[in-house]
Design a protein around this ligand. Structure first.
Ligand code: PLP
Length: 376
């Protein structure tokens, strides 16, 4: 199998698994217990927190561990508005992940005013529109980079527009692909997930800037300094920190490799497929993603493209949600002004540090053959 769906998830790094194993086997203590087994777990968590904080340029007290990107996003939106009462309205971009869109919609149903910042045809948040929204007492949520197109949002400019309003960014897709330093990024909250960076599934992190009185959204124990209730999954947390450490230790070499794979795919696809549209710009996007659609998309069936690629042994995706077996048009591409057909027949190739150029060549050749066959 050729795996080119690394934006969906990644293979766990053997080194990460090695670090996790002792905490899955013999060291099974609860980090809140006072005896030695518990204290060892506590130490492991705090070392992991310090490691992860170093990776993103934060203070350890600014990091809490969650069950993943979905929980981090939900916790920010719901806690900031409801539990911490730090904002009374929400503004988000139209291309956010559903882990932001759906909690925002749930808040709206409960009467919280929610506003949308639209994006340009290239996928960047329209700063003019943002400026026209009532950001005074809002929580603004704009992702660091989009999971379907890889487009990187101008967070510094966004901060320039919204003044002192609270700013959350979903950085699930950017860790390990862009340098991240919260000292330089003007955000108040940042969400992360381990399984996108060769770590385990079911663990994530949330950066909460110092001084923000953030209260847990879910009720229970007083873990994570009352900011996230629930017994800490020690092995997963250790795995998350290890994955993050490894991801940034070779960041330059890995991003260079991923970008060269993507640039190669772009050349191969543009020379072999007519009427192709690249939804990922050459600059200003993540190094590992290439999203393409087809100008005569009404002649193509999005689901059949993915199925044909799967039968040929290539795992790619299109970012569209699959509801009861039928593909819905991607809300991201639709927000960028693409037609329903184009938004349904898109293909996202996402590589990792482990992808080879031979795999890219083979996958691109298969995709162009599949499109050619569908067009006749
Ligand atoms: N945010 C973005 C941008 C994502 O791509 C994803 C995963 O697909 C998530 C959030 C959800 O993360 P998790 O799978 O860790 O819940």
């Amino acid at each position: 199998m050729i795996y080119l769906d690394n934006s969906a998830t990644t293979a766990i790094d053997p080194e990460v698994l090695d670090e996790m194993m002792p905490w899955l086997q013999n060291n099974y203590g609860n980090a809140s217990s006072v005896y030695a087994l518990g204290r060892q777990a506590r130490v492991a968590i705090e070392l992991a927190r310090a490691d992860f904080a170093t990776v993103i340029g934060a203070h350890p007290a600014e990091v809490i561990f969650t069950s993943g990107g979905t929980e981090s996003n939900n916790a920010v939106l719901k806690s900031v508005v409801q539990d911490s009462k730090l904002a009374s309205t929400v503004i988000h971009s139209t291309i956010e992940h559903h882990a932001v869109l759906h909690p925002a919609a749930a808040l709206q149903q409960q009467g919280v005013p929610v506003y949308e910042a639209t994006v340009s045809e290239y996928g960047y948040v329209d700063l003019g529109v943002l400026q026209s929204l009532p950001y005074g007492n809002a929580l603004v949520s704009v992702m660091h980079a989009n999971n379907e197109t890889g487009v990187i949002q101008p967070l510094v400019d966004i901060r320039g527009v919204i003044g002192d309003a609270l700013l959350h960014t979903d950085a699930v897709q950017t860790l390990g692909k862009l340098p991240i330093d919260v000292a330089a990024l003007p955000v108040d909250f940042m969400s992360f997930s381990a399984h996108k960076i060769h770590g385990p599934k079911g663990v994530g992190a949330l950066f909460i800037r110092k001084g923000i009185n953030f209260r847990a959204h879910q009720q229970g124990g007083g873990q994570e300094r009352n900011r996230r209730a629930g017994t800490e999954p020690v092995a997963l947390i250790v795995g998350m920190a290890a994955a993050a450490r490894i991801a940034v230790s070779n960041l330059e070499a890995h991003t260079k490799h991923m970008k060269s794979c993507i640039d190669y795919a772009r050349v191969l696809l543009s020379s072999s497929i007519e009427k192709i549209r690249f939804n990922t710009p050459e600059e200003g996007a993540l190094p590992n993603v290439l999203n393409v659609s087809f100008i005569d998309a009404e002649k193509l069936d999005g689901e059949s493209i993915l199925q044909a690629m799967d039968i040929a042994g290539v795992a790619v995706s299109n970012g569209s949600a699959c509801v009861s077996g039928s593909l819905q048009p991607s809300h991201v591409l639709k927000a960028m002004g693409r037609t329903d057909a184009e938004s349904r027949a898109a293909v996202r190739i996402s590589v990792s540090k482990n992808t080879t150029t031979v795999e890219v060549e083979r996958a691109c050749a298969l995709l162009s053959e599949i499109i050619r066959n569908m067009r006749v």
